[in-house]
Design a protein around this ligand. Structure first.
Ligand code: ZN
Length: 115
């Protein structure tokens, strides 16, 4: 299960950060997850809650912020944001010469700690 290994990675990273900064526990772990990352957010929360025992995140809540898929089109020179998980054509001009610039993220962006 893909999401379980991701959850474990997040928990390890949080533990490492806490040890480094001298925090004793975490209340909230906020992560950015891109819509095109292929990660199922429900499954990730479930996996996080299953795997958090015996880590410093044992009492923590995982908060997921979904990042929409966005790109830059080389044909009409515009930036776009899509509500779809997969973008096949530029939503403005229908062109196929574009690059995806957001939507593949998986990153921890904030920890709320106990102190
Ligand atoms: Zn375009």
């Amino acid at each position: 299960m893909h999401e379980l290994s991701i959850a474990r990675n997040i928990l390890e990273l949080v533990d490492a950060t806490c040890h480094e900064q001298g925090y004793s526990g975490v209340e909230t772990v906020r992560v950015n997850v891109g819509k095109a990352s292929g990660i199922m957010t429900d499954a990730l929360v479930f996996a996080f809650n299953c795997a958090k025992d015996e880590t410093l995140s044992v009492n923590a809540t995982l908060e997921i912020h979904e990042i929409p898929v966005g790109g830059r089109c080389r044909e009409c020179n515009s930036d776009f944001i899509s509500q779809e998980t997969i973008v096949l054509n530029c939503p403005r001009c229908g062109g196929a010469a574009f690059e995806i610039t957001t939507g593949h993220e998986l990153e921890i962006f904030e920890l709320e700690v106990d102190g």
